[in-house]
Write a protein that binds this ligand. Structure first.
Ligand SMILES: [Zn+2]
Length: 321
């Protein structure tokens, strides 16, 4: 799932492309998530001919303000990702054998199962490069067209992503937004320390809790804790203020570094151009099981389970408290 640096990168890249453009059309094959907006027709009616005023990030959510009193609210969830390019609809033959050999038409059983159509329509990139070649960019569920002919698409293999239309005034009260903890790159040392007062539990799950602090997931909690020298299983109530200050400094350092690298593409995250980010090349702990610790302390990165998730850490310099 994309975390703060990935979503921030997407927003920064899309900002260069879509701010100031007028939305002229919208397509989707996902009616259900748009129920909140009254269905895809009502959604299109509300956004058509509206100019994009701004695009911003809050936690892992993307907020696109358009002319008028509405905002498009997007959550990419596990496998959704936003792209900018141009696409065309193409019919694809699913089974070339059936197409060329009329002696073997689909069996009655397949026909009854509704599989008599031997073709599927899907969007393909009109521009060559990673948007066309990379399989991660191929599952387009939503497509916005702009006045300049450019398009913003959201592909989503697993179909958990969410697109909503929200009144500007209702945005701060939206359930998803209201419950969020602060932005880690926007709070000072005092506020960061105050978050930990009266907080209990294991350190890694606490850092990953969006109600505690926004935007940190599995990758960056491992990286931050490795950098700060804190053990993922440490109990938050046992931490000293100086440990918490170390965690804060590492949080700022690692998240900024990851934004500079345009996110981590070890998994399926891609930039709006379809290209990969670069943080996977510089990971120190996440998915580094068995490798030598980068602090040159003789330690080897270990993987353990914490609350149903995995944590990667160096037992040598990450002290349990
Ligand atoms: Zn180490």
């Amino acid at each position: 799932m994309p975390e703060l640096p990935e979503v921030e990168t997407i927003v920064r890249e899309l900002r260069k492309k879509i701010v100031g453009l007028k939305i002229t059309d919208f397509w989707t094959d996902r009616e259900k998530p748009l129920k909140q907006a009254g269905g895809s027709r009502a959604f299109l009616k509300e956004i058509r001919n509206k100019k994009v005023l701004s695009i911003n990030r809050r936690a892992k959510y993307i907020v696109i303000d358009i002319e008028g009193d509405k905002t498009i609210f997007i959550h990419q969830k596990i496998s959704g990702h936003l792209m900018y390019g141009r696409w065309k609809m193409k019919s694809e033959i699913l089974n070339p054998k059936l197409e060329t050999n009329s002696r073997f038409p689909p069996s009655p059983r397949l026909r009854r199962a509704g599989k008599m159509h031997n073709s599927k329509r899907r969007w393909i990139s009109a521009i060559s490069g990673p948007l066309k070649k990379d399989r991660e960019n191929q599952y387009i569920r939503y497509l916005w067209t702009f006045g300049n002919g450019g398009q913003m698409a959201m592909s989503d293999l697993r179909r958990f992503s969410k697109v909503m239309l929200v009144k500007d005034a209702d945005l701060p009260n939206l359930k998803e937004i209201k419950e969020l903890g602060p932005e880690p790159l926007e709070i000072d040392a005092k506020k960061f320390l105050s978050l930990f007062i009266s907080k209990r539990g294991r350190l890694k799950p606490v850092l990953m809790d969006p109600k505690f602090i926004a935007g940190i997931g599995n990758i960056y909690s491992d990286e931050i804790l490795w950098d700060s020298g804190c053990h993922p299983l440490s109990r938050v109530e046992n931490l000293k203020p100086r440990d918490i200050e170390k965690i804060r400094k590492s949080t700022v350092k690692i998240l900024r570094k990851a934004i500079n690298y345009k996110g981590d593409s070890m998994d399926d995250y891609r930039l709006p151009s379809g290209e990969k980010g670069g943080y996977q090349e510089v990971q120190c702990a996440y998915q580094q099981t068995g490798k030598k610790c980068g602090k040159n302390d003789g330690g080897t990165i270990k993987r353990i389970r914490v609350g149903g998730r995995s944590a990667h850490f160096c037992p040598k310099h990450q002290k349990l408290k």
